[in-house]
Design a protein. Structure first.
Length: 276
């Protein structure tokens, strides 16, 4: 696997990138941030991503590139759009980036990238079993990692609590907008995490997002059986996770094909089954 990779994190207000040392999970360069264009269409965002890639060209050489997007991503296609233009829905986003950049990239959901980073380098490093990483921000992002393996696109921030979408009442942005105290906010977070705990029986919760720096003000107020701890990488997690996943894909290009039913690589298994 390559020693360095470029991670780019697309957000509603800014697009950030840095080259990551894959051994340590730390930035190997200064982070570059460019405001997200408005409207944030796939092509407009791709133009900014190209600017970031070009700025790191000398250091990156032919190294892998990982890009996060606030959307469900299946086989390079974005199926939703959070705080970006609706044109992303069902857009062949990975292909758009690759056509403009002239090179392969790995496109991943932003919460998934952050979750992988925390398990590989951060608060949940080497933790066995099911780890759920939640990102409390504009919405509630979730990532499920079981024994180090990502289960992608787990949109558990949208489970219903009391008949309403959890992130509509419990996201960090709601606390700020409604000027809730941490004690008041905890009464909204508690049923969300309790429901997640009941549905998934995780071995560890990790809480990320900018508000995690104040985790001592609200995590002790939650009533859970599962250990819950603050994230370590915080706002760097998306970049770090994207870089790591891109390097993994470069090193193991057929890994997904070997595990997802119905794709070409599973024909080997099908032949074995037919001979049995």
């Amino acid at each position: 696997m390559k020693k360095f990779a470029l991670g780019i994190d697309i957000g509603g207000s800014g697009i950030k990138g840095a080259i990551v040392d894959l051994k340590t999970g730390e930035f190997a360069t200064d982070r570059l941030r460019i405001p997200t264009p408005q409207p944030a269409t796939p092509q407009a965002v791709a133009d900014v991503v190209k600017e970031i890639v070009d700025s790191f060209a000398a250091q990156l050489d032919d190294g892998p590139i990982g890009i996060t997007v606030p959307a469900i991503v299946t086989h390079g296609v974005t199926r939703s759009a959070a705080n970006i233009d609706p044109a992303w829905v069902d857009a062949p986003a990975e292909q758009i980036f690759e056509s403009l950049l002239g090179r392969d990239i790995t496109l991943v959901n932003d919460a998934d990238a952050a979750g992988v980073a925390e398990v590989r380098y951060g608060a949940a490093k080497k933790h066995p079993g099911l780890v759920i990483v939640t990102t409390l921000g504009t919405g509630i992002g979730t990532a499920l990692i079981y024994d180090g393996v990502l289960i992608p696109n787990a949109e558990l921030g949208h489970i219903e609590i009391g008949g309403v979408d959890a992130e509509s009442v419990a996201a960090a942005s709601v606390r700020e907008r409604e000027q809730l105290s941490y004690e008041e906010w905890a009464t909204r977070l508690d049923p969300f995490y309790q429901r997640l705990e009941f549905l998934t029986s995780p071995d560890l919760f990790v809480v990320g997002g900018g508000v995690s720096k104040n985790s001592d003000k609200f995590l002790p107020l939650l009533h859970l059986k599962t250990e819950i701890i603050p994230a370590q990488l915080r706002n760097a997690a998306g970049i770090v996770g994207a870089a790591y996943l891109s390097a993994q894909r470069r090193a193991h290009p057929d890994a997904l094909k070997d595990t997802i039913p119905g794709v070409p690589a599973t024909k080997k298994a099908a032949k074995k089954a037919s001979k049995a």
